[in-house]
Design a protein around this ligand. Structure first.
Ligand code: NAD
Length: 425
């Protein structure tokens, strides 16, 4: 089933905003969405760009650029992570904000979509510089965010500590502690049990559901994962504990392969001690690019965008691709995977476990009552199982692939809400 592939150059192919828009336009056309709503939902509602000073450790003042984009707030406060990277661009943040709108709608939680980022090289900055940059960025966007307005969370190169600084800075300005302004916080300051591993847990749940749907047993199912950060490592550990065989891990500085399965507990310990996977004895060292196109049952890109493109999609040998990362597959590569009849679980469903647990964290902060981990996991699994079912049924009913089905379902839900509220135009 063709999706959304006009003739595009590689630059356009890997521009996340183009990738998002191509899928959105295709799904909106399929839905016969009226022109006004189409234009409204295609465009992010608010885009804030800030240039702000930070005192570096040597006393120099450096100017950083940050973004916060709110795509849509029809269904509730905007929700979405903040990333720190030299590659952050406005187009990337726009795409990620839109994906958050669709993701929250796919799992039917009462949030809209947002995203933020700061152009920086966090690896070259000290903790003090990172803290000062985070606090000043928070102060610059503090009118924009808030528990009822826009609730940030961690993303690439940001973590619990970053969220604690944001919460503290926002609270200093508010003159009282506001835990629900961000999610993904440490446990003792309003974090939720189960949040840290929630995205990985969600990825595992949709893998389980895919196997059930395709009638493939879990036992011995061979998995290759790209990325061993928050999403990749938690996915790998939970899936190994569930009976999957993790036969490959592809990281930035090299890959690991073991046909009998890699012991993820040992690998986690190794990474904790050495800060790298290189030199781990429980697997053979192989180039990551080779691993990515090796034979396996499930391939899980869980590192970054644009890793499955027109250049390598035809070489992928997996039967199922489950997108732990945001935007790992370009629109052109979608068609190639579809031609190869690879079952793809799209990012806006596959990695929605993180925002679902964030929703639980926001609810708990506002209730002032904190749930047991078993409750968090049970509710998370239930929402993801139902959402998987909604998407595959939608795909069957409309004769489209899972990605377009997920977009259609999400756009339909957001459009329904907007029609109900009416457009203040
Ligand atoms: P992270 O920074 O914790 O981990 C990313 C990992 O990928 C790192 O270990 C890094 O070394 C590795 N990596 C980077 N480039 C690579 C490459 N070219 N090849 C192989 N490995 C590479 O980030 P994360 O939080 O795990 O996020 C990963 C992806 O998942 C991102 O796309 C993010 O937007 C998405 N995501 C994260 C969450 C979450 O809760 N953390 C939720 C939803 C989606």
């Amino acid at each position: 089933m063709p999706t959304a592939t006009p003739n595009v150059t590689l630059d356009q192919e890997i521009n996340p905003w183009e990738a998002q828009s191509a899928r959105f336009d295709f799904a909106a056309r399929k839905l016969n969405l009226d022109e006004g709503l189409w234009k409204l939902l295609r465009t992010p509602a608010r885009e804030l760009i800030v240039h702000f000073p930070v005192t570096m450790d040597d006393g120099r003042i450096e100017i950083f650029t940050g973004f916060r984009v709110q795509h849509n707030i029809a269904r509730g406060p905007a929700k979405g992570g903040i990333r720190y990277s030299l590659e952050v661009t406005l187009d990337e943040v726009r795409a990620l904000a839109s994906w958050m709108t669709w993701k929250c709608a796919v799992v039917n939680i009462p949030f809209g979509g947002a995203k933020g980022g700061v152009i920086c090289d966090p690896k070259s900055m000290s903790q003090g510089e990172l803290e000062r940059m985070t606090r000043r960025y928070t102060s610059e966007i503090s009118d924009f965010i808030g528990p009822e307005k826009d609730v940030p969370a961690p993303d690439m190169n940001t973590n619990e500590q970053t969220m604690a600084w944001i919460m503290d800075t926002y609270s200093m300005h508010a003159r009282h502690t506001v835990t629900s302004v961000v999610t993904g916080k440490p446990l003792n300051i309003g974090g939720s049990r189960g949040r840290l591993e929630a995205t990985g847990r969600g990825v595992m749940v949709v893998c389980n559901e895919s196997l059930r749907y395709l009638n493939i047993p879990v036992e011995g199912c061979r998995v290759i994962i790209q990325g061993f950060g928050n999403v990749g490592s938690n996915t790998a550990r939970l899936m190994m504990e569930h009976g999957y065989k993790i036969i490959g891990i592809a990281e930035k500085d090299g890959g690991l392969q073991n046909a009998n399965g890699i012991d993820i507990h040992q690998l986690l310990e190794y990474k904790y001690r050495n800060g790298t996977l290189v030199g781990f004895r429980g697997a053979e060292q192989v180039p990551s690019e080779d691993l990515f196109v090796s034979d396996c049952d499930i391939l899980i890109p869980a590192a970054m965008e644009n890793v499955i493109t027109s250049r390598n999609a035809d070489k992928i040998k997996a039967r199922i691709v489950v997108e732990g990362a945001n935007g790992p597959t370009t629109a052109v590569a979608d068609e190639i995977l579809a031609d190869k009849r690879i079952f793809v679980v799209p990012d806006i469903l596959a990695n929605a476990g993180g925002v679902t647990a964030s929703y639980f964290e926001w609810v708990q902060d506002r209730q002032g009552y904190f749930w047991k981990e078993a409750i968090v996991n049970e509710q998370l699994e239930s929402i993801l199982r139902d959402s998987f079912e909604d998407v595959v049924r939608y795909a069957e009913a409309h004769n489209v692939n899972n990605r377009i089905a997920a977009y259609m379902l999400a756009i339909d839900r957001v459009a329904f809400t907007i029609r109900q509220r009416g457009i203040y135009a």
